[in-house]
Design a protein around this ligand. Structure first.
Ligand code: PMP
Length: 359
């Protein structure tokens, strides 16, 4: 979706890496996170400062191969101090479909997936993954279990101005971010964690050491350039060069959501969640709305399998079942390439004509 922006920027974010560059495992032996490139750390702090979505002062930064790597690292870090029993990992349904897979893949003796946080009634320690805005439904949410012995991990992959109004600079104990959703550079596989407790950060770093001995320097240097570029561009609103990445992203998301809402209004086949209107966004200094990265669509009551219905119209969507919800829901991506989005809209509008008996 963001390719058009980066194409327009041409060579302004090109990074040259010579054959003799960045050979060592080490980036900065003085930093406990010794594989974190100083330029990337600087760019991350500068971007959060410019956007105002998270506090970085007093936080350790741990870089990962995407934030997926960091979810693994954080589960290890929070459970590896000799707990006698496996710790339950929960998240409020509908939750990001990768969490159960990540938690249970290697059948760890340290932790296990325990499903929907709303159903969690055990009187024992737990980890709650709080995703806000949420994947799949874009809802802004907080923790739901709220019991003693709980540790919260905030996955803030979508807390950027193109998706949601930035209403405060967050200061949770563990916050996860990723370049994938911020700038669109999913292929570079760079995510970062802002961690308040130095011991937790240390154990996350240990996990990185043992699993991958750090994170690709080429990727870090490329993403450092990209993040610094968009942080600098934040200072200019309405610039004729169109350097403000978030302005570009928000206007594209806004347009896509307008188109989707119009189609849904006409066809009356699906509903989508109601998002709070008119919130003040500290970044834009204006009232803005939510434009989630996914549309969480619910089919009319009589259709049980929404994914199947859409597949019949050549629309690939992910069933609500995968997110701990029911198959009457589907998640559709709003952040694909322009031609994919246009095809989706075209095919969705045909479902409407079919059901009106026009086809
Ligand atoms: N968290 C959430 C909520 C996500 O939606 C995603 C990507 N779909 C990730 C984490 C992982 O992102 P990545 O590994 O690409 O950084």
């Amino acid at each position: 979706m963001y390719e058009a922006f980066w194409e327009k920027m041409g060579d302004r974010c090109t990074v040259e890496i010579k054959g003799c560059d960045s050979l060592s495992y080490f980036s900065n032996p003085k930093n406990p996170c010794w594989f974190l490139e100083p330029k990337l750390e600087e760019a991350i702090r500068s971007l959060h400062g410019a956007v105002g979505n998270a506090v970085t002062d007093g936080y350790s930064i741990v870089v990962g191969t995407g934030s997926s790597h960091l979810v693994n690292a954080v589960l290890y870090a929070l459970t590896s101090n000799h707990q006698p029993n496996q710790i339950s990992v929960v998240s409020a349904a509908p939750y990001y479909s990768a969490y159960p897979e990540i938690a249970d893949l290697v059948r760890s003796g340290l932790y296990k997936w325990a499903g929907d946080a709303r159903q969690f009634d055990k009187d024992e320690p737990y980890i709650e993954l709080v995703t806000s805005p949420n994947n799949p439904n874009g809802v802004i949410q907080g923790s739901v279990v709220n019991r003693d012995g709980g540790i919260l991990v905030h996955d803030l992959a979508y807390y950027w101005p193109q998706y949601t109004p930035i209403t405060s600079s967050l200061e949770f104990n563990i916050m996860l971010f990723t370049a994938s959703k911020c700038t669109g550079h999913a292929g570079s596989r760079i995510g970062w964690a802002l961690v308040k407790d130095k011991e937790v950060a240390k154990r996350m770093i240990k996990f990185m050491e043992v699993t991958t001995i750090g994170v690709s320097k080429e990727s870090q240097l490329r993403v450092a350039n990209i993040l610094q570029f968009i942080a600098d561009g934040c200072k200019q609103f309405g610039s004729p060069q169109g350097d403000n990445f978030f302005e570009f992203g928000q206007s594209l998301m806004k347009k896509r959501w307008q188109i989707l809402r119009e189609i849904l209004k006409e066809n009356q086949m699906f509903t989508i969640p109601k998002y709070p209107l008119d919130q003040h966004c500290n970044f834009f200094g204006d009232i803005t709305n939510a434009h989630p990265a996914f549309a969480w669509m619910k089919c009319k009551e009589e259709i049980e399998d929404c994914e199947k219905l859409l597949r019949g119209h050549q629309i690939l969507a992910r069933s609500g079942r995968r997110f701990g919800s029911d198959p009457g829901f589907v998640r559709v991506s709003m952040v694909g390439r322009e031609d994919e989005f246009n095809l989706f809209i075209d095919r969705l509008s045909k479902i409407q004509s079919f059901n009106n008996g026009d086809e």
